[in-house]
Design a protein around this ligand. Structure first.
Ligand code: MG
Length: 364
């Protein structure tokens, strides 16, 4: 093709772009934001002083929808690959009709499989935009009572007994604590917590126990320590072992790493009593909503959790929290440089939703 043919072909291609796509001038920015942790955060999986999250701004009609997703090593995701995945979908995103967000997100799930944190950031930004455009907070969009929010736990990462005691004292504000375990130090960790407080505990082993008999003994001991339930005792795919434990467990068992997509939930019956739903893990607000509804329909308990995130993602999850039995929405409280203000916690640990449209975020 010579230069003149090339120019003619380019002119035809540009005339073929629908006029609406240009006049609506949707803009999308996708960036990495580094969130600094107040304390080094240690679980069975990793130890870190910061987390890089994917931040999305979806701009159209003078409104900006904000979204964020936290890529997790456990799920083989990182911020750079998530951003690349969204960048490859940019032509689709900026030409799509945001009111058809269901169709757009289905296309993105097909086009960027396994980029769940990036998909979640995009979904949150779209839903924030939709809420702003309708001028309603997202809880109202979903028909939820903002006064029906649960209390949130505050999470205590794995540390030595002295630091664990200090963190528990710092968390005096919260009526229920979530304690990370899953190492040989579990008994010492719980003893350190119990040295400071008698408040109810929820325990998360993050797949850390690999022998079912050891796991059951730990759960039986935890039942004597004022623990309400245990999250993900064993590796995600060990559902046969979980059924064995479930038959014998004195405590309810909640699945976290064992549930990724809505379709994972039915096979948890008989192995777990509930599911921990996280936006970054499943790919956004709408996918989390589906998981919660499926779990409820199957008679499972529901919990909304989060990764280490800013108030953007935590507020997005909190808008769905009137639907769930338990909340562990403290990721924003673990960081030192939150760019946003949104959901807050009252002196009894109860989540207080912002009243602005969409997510209701303000600059931090
Ligand atoms: Mg967990």
């Amino acid at each position: 093709m010579n230069r003149r043919d090339l120019l003619r072909a380019a002119a035809v291609a540009s005339a073929a772009v629908p006029a609406g796509a240009i006049t609506n001038a949707t803009r999308l920015t996708v960036d990495v934001v580094r969130l600094n942790l107040r304390h080094t955060w240690t679980t069975v999986m990793s130890s870190s002083t910061y987390r890089d999250v994917i931040s999305v701004a979806y701009m159209r009609d003078g409104l900006t929808g904000r979204g964020e997703g936290a890529p997790i090593v456990r799920y083989k995701e990182d911020a750079e690959s998530g951003i690349l995945a969204l960048d490859r979908q940019r032509p689709l995103i900026i030409t799509a009709d945001p009111w058809e967000f269901e169709k757009l997100m289905a296309q993105l799930f097909r086009g960027a499989p396994n980029a769940y944190a990036a998909l979640s950031a995009m979904d949150i930004a779209l839903m924030d935009w939709i809420g702003q455009k309708l001028n309603v907070p997202l809880y109202r969009y979903f028909g939820l009572d903002p006064l029906a929010t649960p209390v949130t736990t505050f999470s205590i990462g794995i540390d030595d007994p002295a630091k664990t005691r200090a963190k528990v004292r710092e968390a005096a504000f919260f009526p229920v604590l979530k304690i990370k375990v899953g190492l040989d130090s579990d008994e010492a960790t719980i003893a350190a917590v119990r040295g400071v407080t008698n408040k109810p505990l929820r325990v998360d082993a993050n797949e850390g126990w690999t022998d079912r008999e050891v796991a059951l003994r730990k759960i039986q001991w935890l039942a004597t320590q004022g623990v309400e339930f245990v999250e993900q005792p064993m590796p995600a795919d060990r559902l046969d072992d979980m059924r064995w434990i479930h038959e014998r467990s004195p405590l309810p068992l909640i699945a976290d790493e064992s549930v990724r997509r809505p379709s994972d939930i039915p096979k948890l019956l008989g192995a777990f009593d509930g599911v921990n739903v996280k936006l970054d893990k499943c790919g956004g607000i709408m996918e989390a909503y589906r998981e919660i509804q499926i779990a409820r329909a199957l008679g499972l308990k529901t919990m909304l959790g989060c990764m280490i995130s800013s108030s953007c993602t935590v507020t997005a999850a909190a808008h769905l929290s009137p639907l769930v039995d338990y909340a562990d929405l403290d990721g924003n409280l673990l960081i030192a440089n939150d760019p946003w203000r949104g959901v807050t916690v009252d002196p009894n640990g109860k989540l207080i939703l912002p009243e602005g449209p969409g997510l209701g975020l303000l600059r931090g």
